[in-house]
Design a protein around this ligand. Sequence first.
Ligand code: ADP
Ligand code: ASP
Ligand code: MG
Length: 476
Amino acid sequence: MSDLLIMKFGGTSVGSAERMRASARLAAEAAGSRPVAIVVSAMSGITDLLLGTMRHAEAGDRAGMEANLANLRRRHQEACRELLPAARIEPVLAEIETLAAEFERLANGMALLNERPPRSVDEAVAAGERLSALLVAEYLSAQGTPAEAVNAWDVVVTDAVFGNASPLMEATRAKALQRIQPLLDRGVLPVITGFNGATADGRPTTLGRGGSDFSASIVAAALDAAELWIWTDVDGIMSADPRLVPDGVVLAEVTYAEAAELAYHGAKVLHPKTLAPLADRRIPVWSKNSFAPEKPGTKIVASLREATGARAVASMTNVALVTIEPASIELNGVQVMARALDAIARANVEILLLSSSSFRGNFCFLVRAAELEPTLQSLEQALALELAHGYLNPIKVDRNVGMLAAVGEGMQGKPGLASRIFTAISRERVNVIAIAQGSNELTIAVVVNRDGLEKAVQAVHAECGMGASRRKDSQT
Ligand code: ADP
Ligand code: ASP
Ligand code: MG
């Protein structure tokens, strides 16, 4: 293992010229004493803007497209003018225009076809990270830290699942060594685009929304880095989303498993797949605030010295609960479930929670709302006969739900914890619709009515003593 440090800067950390300056300073400082490569997100709001532009294109809304394109150009041109020395402004404005025009050409193609093919979306949306990487690399170089923007198309090799690709690590390792190592050897700081990758035959892909964290961990694992620092806009991984729970605390340490569970259950501070490439290699990860870099942040570690019950709560909206129920007891419930799960897997949909416990063989599962349509299509196809003949009741969908999950290494073998969580939720008069606990006892996940989610999160946080007022004797 080298001394290499990978830093990842999220959208708010590169959201303006001022934020780019602050982030570049953090990278340059570290690069003074060790090799550093950085991974950047698009400027905050830009990925949404690009995706919105493509939706306008598909709908034939020219005015909407034009307005977004003007906004895209303006944000980057302004940052360029504010950041760079006079001599570099015109050449970099020209490069910004090349990238913006490339995006516009792809969006125009979608407008012409009234279609947004996932493959073209992935190619087009990469413009956001390519633009931010260009600006950050130019600024670093102008400030005396030689840097080069690197398109992750040349580094991260993925499968061909457009919009939610997974890395092929061996191929990525080879490409990373070929593209990044020579820069490091020459003392040049690579500024790699987050979120993006490409298939082995060069078709651009993306790693899913929020995927720049994952990009950084892929790069860290591929280059056998010594550490990964993820810079964001909060002080680290907290006991709850500070937007929902004001008295949440920053956790000094969380385990890979806890962080992964929290991310998986909706804690946006990390992309759910971030830790997968790192845990085996035991590469330490820090989550830190680029707005307050002096604060210690959270260290993600292999194990805790002392595990103290439920330590954090995550939550998720924009989910839907799907229920499948045999109408006749002659139908083999296990077979129905097997076929349903197979259909969902073929649609490439992720099941967030699964619960089953009924004589009738009824079961329900939670998916992201955005994945509901392909889920239902695939299920209806796979179970067409049973549905048509009434052996299965019509598939039920509840969109008015949310999920929360209490997470902690110390939850194993804590009798009474689940009942306290449910009691706390019901005290708020929020109805528990479904529950699931993994057999590792690291997480208890609960589906509740959407309207009650926030109250339920706050109640669980308070009941488990996760907050600022956490007392030793209240640890569960
Ligand atoms: P970035 O653009 O840097 O990747 P994100 O917006 O993706 O940042 O993630 C940071 C946000 O995650 C925070 O602003 C916070 O609102 C949210 N968040 C949700 N759950 C947590 C948690 N448990 N700890 C910290 N932040 C959380
Ligand atoms: N820019 C991408 C997004 O907004 C990736 C990221 O920021 O992590 O989803
Ligand atoms: Mg993020």
